[in-house]
Design a protein around this ligand. Structure first.
Ligand code: SAM
Length: 213
C-alpha cells in the first residue's frame, strides 16, 4: 500500500505511548501488563489503517488485540481510529511483523489475522509474503496449541500460494471460503478498508487454519 508521507505521524506516535509499544521484545511473555485485563491475545500483522482491529476489539471485549504495521504513515492513521474508539483492549506496534517470534513467547498468541497482505507477485519477492515459510515458522513458534491463522485476500494468486504454503506446514484447514461475501454459513466477516474497496471487483477468499499438535 502506497501512502503519502504524513509529517505529523512521528510526533503523533510519540504522543501516544500508552497505545504504542516501542520495544515489543521487552514484553515477550508479559503482554498482559499492557492491558487492563489478562485475556487471549489476538495479533494482526499488516493492520493497515485499523478499521478491522478496532471493530474486532469493539465486538470482542473479552480479547486483547495487537496491531503490527510496518509503515509509519499507515499506522498513524490506524492509531487515530484507536484513540477515537477509547477502547482499552488494543495496542499497536510500528515494526516488521517478520520478527513476531522475538516479540511473543511460545504459545502466547491465541489467534493471528492476516488481511489483504501485500501479494508480492514476483518470484524473487516470495520471502516477503506474509504466508511464506519463514513467516509461518515464526507464527508456529508463538501460537498456542490449536491457535488459528485467519487469512483473507482478494488476490487469487496469493491465496493459492498461501493454501500450498500452509499445507506444506501440514496445517489443518478449519475453513476455506472461495467467495466469503456470498457465504451462507454465518462466518464472521469484519471488513477491512481494502475489503470494502476491492470486493466489488471480485470474490474475497479466506482460509482459517491451525498448526498440527
Ligand atoms: N489489512 C489492511 C486492509 O485490509 O485494509 C491493509 C492491507 S495493505 C494491502 C497491506 C499492509 O500490510 C500495508 O499497510 C503494509 O504496510 C503492511 N505490511 C506489509 N508487510 C508487512 C510486514 N512485514 N510487517 C508489518 N506490516 C506489513
Amino acid at each position: 500500500m502506497r501512502v503519502r508521507n504524513k509529517p505529523w505521524a512521528k510526533d503523533y506516535l510519540a504522543d501516544h505511548q500508552d497505545l504504542m509499544v516501542t520495544a515489543p521484545e521487552e514484553l515477550k511473555g508479559n503482554w498482559h501488563s499492557r492491558f487492563p485485563k489478562d485475556q487471549p491475545l489476538n495479533v494482526e500483522i499488516g493492520t493497515g489503517k485499523g478499521q478491522f482491529i478496532v471493530e474486532m476489539a469493539r465486538q470482542h471485549p473479552e480479547r486483547n488485540f495487537i496491531g503490527i504495521e510496518i509503515q509509519m504513515s499507515v499506522i498513524a492513521a490506524a492509531l487515530k481510529k484507536v484513540v477515537a474508539s477509547e477502547l482499552t483492549n488494543i495496542q499497536m506496534v510500528h515494526t516488521d511483523g517478520e520478527a513476531v517470534n522475538t516479540f511473543f513467547a511460545a504459545g502466547e498468541v491465541a489467534e493471528l489475522f492476516l488481511n489483504f497482505s501485500d501479494p508480492w507477485p514476483k518470484k524473487r519477492h516470495t520471502k516477503r509474503r506474509l504466508t511464506s515459510p519463514v513467516f509461518l515458522a515464526h507464527y508456529q513458534d508463538v501460537l498456542q496449541p490449536g491457535g488459528q491463522i485467519q487469512f483473507k485476500t482478494d488476490n487469487r494468486g496469493l491465496f493459492e500460494y498461501s493454501l500450498q504454503s500452509l499445507n506444506n506446514f501440514r496445517m489443518v484447514f478449519d475453513g476455506v471460503w472461495l467467495d466469503l461475501h456470498q457465504a451462507t454459513d454465518g462466518v464472521e466477516d469484519i471488513q477491512t478498508e481494502y475489503e470494502q474497496k476491492f470486493s466489488a471487483k471480485g470474490p474475497i477468499y479466506q482460509v482459517i487454519a491451525h498448526f498440527p499438535e
